[in-house]
Write a new protein. Sequence first.
Length: 298
Amino acid sequence: MAEIIQKDGTWGFDGDAVRIVPGRDKGVGLLRQSLGEVVVPLRAIAGISFEPGRKAGRLRLRLRDGACPLLQVTGGRLPESSDPYRLAVESDRSGVAEYFVDEVRNALLLEQVESGPVEAYLLPGPAVPITVAAGDGTVAFDGDRVGLDWNWTTEEAKSSGGPREFRVADLRGVEWSPSKGLDNGWIRFTLAGAPPAPAPKYDPCTVELFGFRKDPLMALVAAAVAVRMPHPAAVPEPVPAAAAAAAPELAAGAPEPSGPEDHDALLRRLRELGDLHQSGILTADEFTAAKQAVLRRF
């Protein structure tokens, strides 16, 4: 087993996975401390490198695109102190770091692990339940439902509607953006069929982030939600012929309507889908997908 222990953290490799434990040094960001231990399976690794420096070097683990939900939602925008796949290495331990790199690279070659993108998450994401208070609100997620609550900094246009709650199954997406310069960041939850969102400070499905210490923790919430949603690169499963005939909304590549549709007709369609679900013709997943397709037409 290869192992390197630093103030920044400890990395171990047993031939099957890289185990990453954050350190307690002041340079370790709050996100890494809160995320805790991360186990990266060998098949999720695209590469590894060591960058020597005069005072300290950096050990970097590169994951395959789409393997980690945290990297998926942050899109390379995490600050280095928050990046769990980077380890600061003291100059006198560079030899150990290079040995660690060789061990991982040899395993990747022996197992013939591909370095290309994946169509499913290979890491489980942050543990739930998780609750983070930052910016103008608090987000709580139990693995199924997302709850948003507001504080004294929230604009009245957003807080007047009270706390929000919705299920992962009703979401079309989750987006995290960090604060940058004078621009605030946000974590936004997009509901299926919802109209274009207003600015984050007025959007009741968005928590605006002001650039304070706890802001990066919202990326953990976003990752915990994202890993429970369809993977962005996943190929949709074929719909059974009987279900597709009963609910055309499920058919892959079904054309979107070119103009507005009659709301009464859409409401009737929702009732029909409910009847098909109750009668067993549509599964729960098929019913949810078809319902969301109809809601998008409103």
